[in-house]
Design a protein. Sequence first.
Length: 293
Amino acid sequence: MANLKEVKNRISSVVSTQQITKAMKMVAAAKLKRAQDRITMMRPYSQKLSLILQNVSNGEGEMNNPFAAERPIKNVLLVMVTSDKGLCGAFNSTVYRKTQSLVDNEYKSLHETGNVHFLPIGKKAIDYLKRKKYSYTTEFVDLFNPLSFDTVSDAAESIMKDFVNEKYDKVEIIYNEFKNAATQEIRNEQFLPIERTEQETDVALGNDYIFEPSQAYIEETLIPTSLKTQLFKALLDSNASEHGARMTAMDKATDNAGELLKELRLTYNRTRQAAITTEILEITAGAEALAAD
């Protein structure tokens, strides 16, 4: 049985840890509220803009859209969106598993020839790629510091430029989509080329568009803006998911620390009682020995 000092030190350590996890939970909850508000406001706009873009791109030769060009897939770029910090449960590991699944299955032959490329967003993605010894670019790794549309736009423009220049034939984004504070769903979206949907025409809008001010203006502004918005939405989703996952993880850690404290305090009391009993027996034995003399 552990001595009293060891048990007391463990209790002190667990109490300190519980205080830290409780504080981290409160900080994550505050950040989650702001992040949730941002993605809640952005999502309807992004979804409607993407729908318009897909409907326009589905037109029969109406637009010369270089971002919808479908080519034989020779080079693929996987954009991994993770966090900069840990202690957020399975948030990052789900991105790792999804990425590895794509590499081992869908893009296995391309990976074997070195034609699968990676763009990590978040320091944890870099750590994973280093462990796997995959080559990657770190040009846009710090997009969360701070997360703004302008910084994301630079990354989106770089990816779009590489796609148009045929450096990549397909670009996918792997990230956690925010559902609620306790639930995040792993997603891998095709970023480029723009997918041509086979769904029926949007009833509210139709496919019979009148271009104003001009078709060329739409090609030059609406399509790039929509793609930038799509990437920005993915990062907002991931940011909100990270704070939700961290809040949940710290809440569970705080509860676990409480359960451990109960066990340690029970052990401490038992150890203390045993020590007192031993001392009483020693004193009694000594008194009896003196009386016998």
